[in-house]
Write a protein that binds this ligand. Structure first.
Ligand code: MRU
Length: 337
């Protein structure tokens, strides 16, 4: 059983509907958002999170906010579009999917007359959501060969159904293997400091009937060293032209341990996460978050709290996408692809 959709439309399609992940696993609360400020707040505070999910949320949230705040007037909506788009893109900098989705709506708006603008943006936002569902399913299909019966798989953060509109990216092959009757054991890194692995990955996998064990991030290297992990599979927030991968902080340490012990390290992501316009990991803007997320610190002690790190290409065994296994370098794509 997959969780409630992490992101989509309210039943009357007039609002962005999200499952509030700040409250999981204790409470399953959905929220309907129409104001742009509320969508931005939900993205910043990780009520909706995960690279593909924030792209879908931004697309639906932008279409809904423009419709609501323009009263359906196309010329007014067009006037609001540049400012609304810029504010959304600035909500979180590292995952490329957010800017990618907003820019898709901007390109469409540029070629759409005023009288069709609001409806066209709503339709495009739904296309982005549907594509995400299909991309997740395709990643699951292509990734099935990576997960033999009895596989013991380590993952970091949450790249599952809660991070997408569909069945996830890194977790999609695990759902597919489980559905095919294979026994899968998942080790979910707790994921410091916001515990996406312990709260979210463990929640959605256990609901689906998949064996999952949570470990502190600092224990992952020991587990790998003890030969208890057959493969690692993680998601990505941005994959650069040379194949470097930004993902939740701690991913790089897992990749180092996997390489040291000869364990395959796979990155699973939709094609929209590949950012061929960014040459290398050094060019990625990493999001830094407030010290409070680390818990109580002694007075006057500063914190260094990056949300993401970069795993160099040389640590990645293979890149699993909705188009199958792909290899860098990634060429610049046409904007419509
Ligand atoms: O800060 P988060 O929870 O949004 O970070 C999420 C991740 O790092 C995921 O691994 C990544 O977005 C891929 S989700 C399919």
């Amino acid at each position: 059983m997959l969780p409630l959709p992490a992101v989509g439309w309210s039943p009357d399609t007039r609002a962005l509907r999200i499952l509030d992940q700040r409250l999981l696993p204790a409470q399953e609360v959905v929220r309907d958002l129409t104001a742009l400020a509320d969508t931005i707040d939900a993205i910043r505070t990780l009520a909706v999170r995960g690279a593909p999910a924030i792209g879908v949320a931004a697309a639906i949230g932008l279409a809904v906010a423009l419709e609501t705040e323009s009263g359906g007037n196309g010329a007014h909506a067009r006037a609001l579009l540049p400012e609304f788009s810029a504010r959304l893109i600035a909500a979180r900098p590292t995952a490329v999917n957010l800017a990618w989705a907003v820019q898709r709506l901007l390109r469409l708006a540029a070629e759409t007359p005023d009288d069709q603008l609001v409806e066209s943006l709503r339709v495009e936002a739904e296309v982005i959501r549907q594509e995400d569902l299909a991309m997740c399913a395709a990643i699951g299909r292509h990734g099935l060969t990576l997960i033999p019966d009895g596989a013991r798989v380590l993952t970091h953060c949450n790249a599952g159904a809660l991070a997408t509109a569909g069945m996830g990216t890194a977790l999609a092959p695990l759902y597919a293997a489980h559905a095919a009757g294979r026994l899968v054991t998942v080790y979910a890194d707790e994921t410091r400091p916001l515990r996406q692995g312990a709260r979210l990955t463990a929640w959605e996998l256990s609901r689906a009937g998949i064996n999952v064990t949570v470990l502190p991030d600092g224990a992952a290297a020991s587990l790998i060293a003890q030969r208890q992990v057959d493969l690692v599979i993680v998601g990505a927030d941005r994959i650069t032209a040379n194949g470097d991968v930004a993902n939740k902080v701690g991913t790089y340490g897992v990749a180092l341990a996997a390489k040291a012990h000869g364990v395959p390290f796979y990155v699973a992501a939709p094609w929209s996460t590949i950012d061929a316009a960014t040459p290398t990991g050094r060019d990625i803007v990493i999001e830094y978050r407030d010290a409070e997320e680390l818990g109580e610190l002694p007075p006057g002690v500063p914190a260094w709290n990056p949300a993401f790190d970069v795993t160099p290409r040389s640590f990645v065994t293979a890149y699993l996408t909705d188009r199958g296994m792909v290899s860098p370098p990634f060429a610049l794509l046409s904007p419509t692809v």
